[in-house]
Design a protein around this ligand. Structure first.
Ligand code: NAD
Length: 338
């Protein structure tokens, strides 16, 4: 049995990943290290809470003594690193936490792994030769696109928010551990995820929640900002493939080839809700309002996923229209249970 450290497993993508990965891999134990910030929620992990191969540790990835002690206690074979401050709006009002967790925290984990697995550059201790560090990152590191073009793994980094800058910095530190120490690292840069268990503050949960509670549905600017939407379970499958088969030192972009603008997202959600849970009068669309744009709001992100598709045979199963139905059904079911 291998012990794998997963960080940030109580957050949106981490919790979906832990739940998926533990079932798919009967030969691993998962140790989930999460600080439980406002974004972490143990309710996201109820499917695995009593699982014999699952352990939860509440703690901060910036706490180097704790991270070192966990490596000693569990002798991790690998690390899959999700933990981050992840909300762009929060990085504008309070950037410091982003630098601490995303930059210092990532460094801390990498360095603990290096010391536990290696004796020197390119020298792994016996038994750790296949150990790897998988860093989860974002396409926001590439900056913004105009109306055309796609981000590839070769696109130069040009982050525009404190969030994306902190993720870009962490990606570079991860890269340096491959080039300097020969550590087996892989990085995935994904587009906007959506699906069950996402925090209320993000766009899609906000639209669904506000629609149902009869509030205004706020859309930044003119609603024309485009994101490449990725259903979270498709992302989890992509991460697992890169973790197992990706080439050390490489980065892989993961995107659903599902470019949609924010106004389309809001309209589509309202149409599905009109069908599933009609209002007494009017349409949910009547609740959409345009609000002042976010500073530095990137116009468009879109990923060229050719590398992961051709090298590793990954492809998103869901398009936005099928994935959003599953997502809305999950939220309605959750609200029903309250
Ligand atoms: P999230 O905000 O939902 O969850 C983050 C988790 O990390 C939370 O459980 C939180 O408690 C934990 N955490 C935060 N600071 C910590 C610390 N110092 N120590 C330990 N745990 C800490 O985030 P998410 O949306 O699930 O994103 C996961 C990863 O994927 C992040 O690295 C993010 O940058 C990346 N990503 C997310 C998206 C997206 O659309 N959600 C897109 C691209 C990349």
């Amino acid at each position: 049995m291998k012990n794998i450290l997963i960080t940030g497993g109580a957050g949106f993508i981490g919790a979906n990943f832990v739940t998926y990965f533990i079932e798919e891999n009967p030969d691993i134990n998962v140790i989930n290290l999460d600080k439980l910030t406002y974004a972490g929620d143990l309710a996201n992990l109820e499917e695995v809470a009593g699982h014999s191969r699952y352990t939860f540790v509440q703690g901060d990835i910036c706490d180097s003594e704790l991270v070192k002690a966990l490596f000693e206690k569990y002798d991790f074979s690998d690390v899959i690193h999700f933990a981050a401050e992840s909300h762009v709006d929060n990085s504008i009002s309070g950037p410091e936490a982003f630098i601490k967790t995303n930059v210092t925290g990532t460094f801390n984990l990498l360095d603990a792994a290096r010391k536990h697995w290696m004796t020197g550059p390119n020298q792994y201790k016996e038994g750790y030769e296949t150990s790897r560090f998988h860093h989860i990152s974002t396409d926001e590191v590439y900056g913004t696109l105009g109306a055309t073009g796609l981000f590839t793994e070769e696109t130069p980094y040009a982050p525009n928010s404190p969030y994306s800058a902190s993720k870009a910095a962490s990606d570079m530190i991860v890269r340096s551990y491959f080039h300097t120490y020969g550590m087996q690292v892989v990085t995935t840069n994904c587009s906007n995820n959506y699906g069950p268990k996402q925090h209320n503050e993000k766009l899609i949960p906000t639209i669904i929640r506000k629609a149902i509670t009869g509030e205004n549905i706020p859309i930044y600017g003119d609603g024309q900002n485009v994101r490449d939407w990725l259903y979270v379970l498709d992302h989890c499958k992509g991460i697992e493939l890169v973790f197992k088969n990706g080439k050390p030192g490489e980065t892989y972009n993961i995107g659903g080839r599902n470019e949609r603008n924010n106004l389309y997202i809001a309209n589509t959600i309202c149409e599905i809700l009109n069908e599933l849970q009609p209002k007494e009068t009017g349409s949910y669309k009547d609740q959409i309002v345009f609000v002042k744009d976010r500073p530095g709001h990137d116009l468009r992100y879109a990923i060229d996923a050719t590398k992961i598709e051709t090298e590793l045979g990954w492809k998103a199963d869901e398009n936005f229209e099928t994935g959003i139905r599953k997502t809305i059904a999950w939220y309605l079911n959750k609200l029903d249970k309250k």
